[in-house]
Every structure is written in C-alpha cells, then in structure tokens.
Design a protein around this ligand. Structure first.
Ligand code: ZN
Length: 174
C-alpha cells in the first residue's frame, strides 16, 4: 500500500487536489482523536483536536471552493495519515482505545510535520510562481499547527509504563 502518487507540482490543479485530500483527511482524523480523548475524559486535549478538526475542515472547504472557482474537476486523490513509525504498522482505529493524550499528540505532530514539510518542499521547488505562493501559505499554516501540538506535548509528556492497565479494551469487531 501507500505508494504516494507522483504529483506535478507545477500545476495549481494538482496542488489544490492534493491539499484538499490532505486537509480532509486531517479533519476526519482530528474528529476521531477528539472522540478518543473524550472517552479518556481528557477534555482539554479533545478541545484542541476539535479546534484542529474545525480548522482543517474549513480549509478543505476553502480549497474545494478554489477548485470549483477555477473550473477544475475534483480528481480522486488519496492522502492518508500515517503512524509515526510508518503507514504499515497497526491500523489507526485499532490503536485508538489505547491512546493516551501523549500518543494522540505525537500522531498529530507527525502528520502536521509531514504536511508542513511537503508543502515547504513544493514551495521551494515548483517552477510555477502561483504554486510556490500557494504552497508557501499552506506550509506556514501547517507549521503553526506543528507548534500548537508541540506546546501541548510539553503539557502531556510521555506516560509511565502501565498507564493504560485499567482501561477496558473495546469489544473486537469484524
Ligand atoms: Zn494542520
């Protein structure tokens, strides 16, 4: 899995399509993480994830509008969050019940950083000025998210071994 599609960074259509997929995925993942933090009664972290879900969701909507405005079609572009260790490890939904705030935040950080790096790379390397400007803006927003998440990790450092001993694992579903 996870062979990321080669993208022509010199084309605003491709950039916007990719960005749309990325923001939409981020919005959905943050909603899930917010729900997970709710189940652990970590309201403030749930609040952070709700805020990020809202921001990324609005951003996805804005990018969708830009695509429509330009008369671009919406190509089926895929972007998937990955675990810090890489996308081939445990599926995200199986990990949810055992996530402390720290783990959820590290997951968010990994993917925010990945997004920021990705847009930065496009901003530096595209030969199209419009794409460079757009990608630069996107990179700056993602860098801001990286910083927020980093601040929260300071508040919720890595838990001690055995922190989740008293959690009830959810029923296994097929
Ligand atoms: Zn972000």
């Amino acid at each position: 899995m996870a062979n990321e599609k080669k993208i022509d960074f010199n084309d605003t259509h491709e950039l916007l399509s990719y960005a749309y997929a990325l923001e939409r995925e981020a919005g959905e993942r943050y909603s899930e993480l917010a729900d997970t933090m709710d189940t652990h009664n970590v309201d403030d972290v749930a609040g952070l994830f709700r805020k990020l879900a809202d921001i990324e969701g609005k951003h996805a909507q804005k990018i969708k509008d830009m695509l429509i405005e330009r008369g671009y079609d919406m190509p089926p572009m895929e972007y998937l969050w990955e675990m810090p260790e890489g996308p081939e490890t445990t599926p995200m939904d199986q990990l949810h019940y055992m996530m402390a705030p720290y783990h959820a935040l590290v997951l968010a950080l990994h993917n925010e950083q990945r997004a920021a790096d990705y847009f930065s790379e496009i901003a530096e390397n595209s030969s199209n000025e419009q794409v460079r400007v757009m990608a630069q803006e996107m990179a700056e927003e993602e860098c801001e998210h990286v910083q927020w998440v980093k601040d929260w990790i300071e508040k919720y450092p890595e838990p001690e071994e055995g922190w989740d001993d008293d959690l009830d694992p959810p029923a296994v579903q097929d």
